[in-house]
Ligand binder design. Structure first.
Ligand SMILES: O=C(O)c1cc(=O)[nH]c(=O)n1[C@@H]1O[C@H](COP(=O)(O)O)[C@@H](O)[C@H]1O
Length: 245
């Protein structure tokens, strides 16, 4: 395993979108030895809960807990405190919750760290516009006028001014976010589709290689790996494409 392989594998976040711990564990076993990040989202967390997150952490994985909190500041503060106590490496909120809500997420994480100084501060990011949202949906359904790119950059700036570490957006917007918020501001980009794979419900997609070229810090990949005939091979193929980008 060379340095470039380890670096790129660490920038691949595999979405464990499974109905239970058993199914998720089967994929984790299949990917064993690949130093990738793992994402636990709503489907798995609502079924398998904190115990499964702790299990992944005990195996040494970096874990992104994707619960997309979007609630009043007081509730998000409490949620962020509980999530931070779990020892995850990254979690998210919705930027649409506004500055007070995002600051409350930071406060909640800080409270957990004060209570247990052994914990490290997770990376806290905000979802801008979901990658399933198209230009058409944004304008005619959600009622936000202007381009998706402008809406994403607006939320990215808001997230940065609230003090969070980065955003979730499509890789199509990574370069614009970098331009607006600087290179250190983290971009986590789902909606990744290797050439020839089905977009499904994703509206704003990009290939793994193109995402890296656009400046994404992390790419999030679910079905192109989980639904592949050989998930390990699919993951290795994606890492190879990232290395060559
Ligand atoms: O926050 C996320 O992770 C997320 C935000 C977003 O805008 N779009 C998005 O697809 N995601 C997540 O990224 C993963 C993408 O999965 P696939 O479409 O199967 O590759 C899913 O687990 C989504 O919940």
């Amino acid at each position: 395993m060379n340095d470039k392989y380890t670096e790129m594998a660490g920038r691949l976040i595999v979405a464990l979108d499974y109905p239970d711990a058993e199914a998720a564990s089967a994929l984790v076993r299949e990917l064993e030895g690949i130093p990738c990040y793992l994402k636990v989202g709503m489907q798995l967390y609502y079924a398998a809960g904190p115990a499964f997150v702790r299990e992944l952490k005990s195996k040494g994985y970096s874990v992104f807990l994707d619960l997309k909190m979007h609630d009043i500041p007081n509730t998000v503060r409490g949620g962020a405190e509980s999530i931070t106590r779990l020892g995850v490496d990254m979690f998210n909120v919705h930027a649409a919750g506004g500055t007070a809500m995002m600051k409350a997420a930071l406060d909640g994480a800080e409270s957990a760290l004060v209570a247990d100084p052994g914990l490290s501060r997770p990376v806290i990011i905000a979802v801008t516009q979901l990658t399933s949202t198209s230009q058409e949906t944004l304008n005619s359904e959600i009622g936000i006028q202007g381009s998706v790119q402008d809406a994403v950059v607006h939320y990215a700036k808001l997230t940065q001014s609230a003090g969070l570490d980065g955003v979730v957006a499509s890789a199509q917007e990574s370069a614009l976010i970098r331009e607006a918020c600087g290179q250190q501001f983290i971009t986590v980009t789902p909606g990744i589709r290797p050439a020839g794979s089905a977009a499904g419900d994703q509206a704003r997609v990009l290939t793994p290689g193109e995402a890296i070229r656009q400046g994404s810090h992390y790419i999030v990949v679910g079905r192109p790996i989980t639904a592949a005939e050989n998930p390990r091979e699919a993951a290795e193929h994606i890492i190879k494409e990232m290395i060559e980008a």
